[in-house]
Design a protein around this ligand. Structure first.
Ligand code: DGL
Length: 259
């Protein structure tokens, strides 16, 4: 395995680009390949077995393209299939989980809101994590419809704002001081969320933590790219690549591919 081989990332769609941005910001010399499995979004509504087999398909494609490490840029895929992926593949696999730990440690009201997909909130891994914080009240909310609207490019819309108000107001009324975004699509909603929650509520996601973990694991395996050149980034969508281009804010290196 060569250090210049790419880091592979995948998500059920375009949301995991929020993770790619953090990885790229911290490791700008790394080559990357990102897969948006938009044709199968949302994963959050699928069964565990369906999610596992979609993850295998994505990782197979990334490994066929010589990736040296895989970042699962999707909470739903991580919480439902990380064990199965790690058992099957020998490359390092980094997962993403809702940032419960920092929120629980920093919260003063000890009342925390978690917005995530049904697949994440129902997963065994997520529920095991919650058990570690018996002194905290977690208000869990499934973000029904949010991923679909983001995938349709409808972020700053009335429809989105109405759903967010519906999901967030009960949390605000209950006195949350932290809101955990437990889905890699949701960082794209921060501007809209800030219009609804008071500024005493801190919004946190896991993007930077995943980037730091990616760097640490690459270093541990002696796989950091030592090149001084800026890395090459390639993005594939198996649906409308324009939606992916729009969320990234650039077009170069973005392609349609039926992986
Ligand atoms: N972006 C995803 C996550 O982090 C999945 C959304 C979905 O496909 O349901 O959970």
């Amino acid at each position: 395995m060569s250090n210049s081989n790419p880091i592979g990332l995948f998500d059920s769609g375009i949301g995991g680009t929020s993770i790619w941005k953090e990885v790229h910001a911290l490791l700008p010399n790394e080559n990357t390949i990102y897969l948006a499995d938009s044709i199968n979004a949302p994963y959050g509504k699928k069964t565990k077995d369906e999610i596992v087999s979609l993850c295998f398909k994505n990782v197979d494609f990334l490994l066929d393209n010589n990736c040296k490490l895989v970042v699962v840029a999707c909470n739903t895929a991580t919480t439902n299939a990380i064990k199965e992926m790690r058992a099957k593949y020998s490359v390092p696999i980094i997962g993403i989980e809702p940032a419960i730990k920092p929120a629980a440690n920093l919260s003063e009201t000890k009342t925390i809101g978690i917005l995530a997909t049904k697949g994440t909130l129902n997963s065994e891994l997520f529920n095991q994590q919650l058990q570690n914080y018996s002194n905290v009240t977690f208000l869990e909310q499934v973000g029904y419809g949010l991923v679909e609207l983001i995938e349709a490019g409808k972020i700053a819309t009335e429809e989105m704002r109405n759903l967010l108000k519906l999901y967030l107001r009960p949390m605000i009324d209950a006195g949350i001081d932290y809101l955990v975004l437990g889905c890699s699509h949701y960082p794209y909603l921060i501007t809209e969320i800030k219009k609804i929650v008071p500024n005493t509520v801190q919004i946190i996601d896991s993007g930077q933590a995943v980037a730091r973990q990616t760097k640490a694991v690459l270093a541990q395996h002696n796989l950091l790219n030592t090149s001084k050149e800026k890395g090459k980034a390639v993005f594939y969508s198996n649906s409308d690549a324009q939606v992916l281009k729009n969320i990234l804010g650039f077009e170069s290196g973005v392609f349609q591919n039926d992986f």
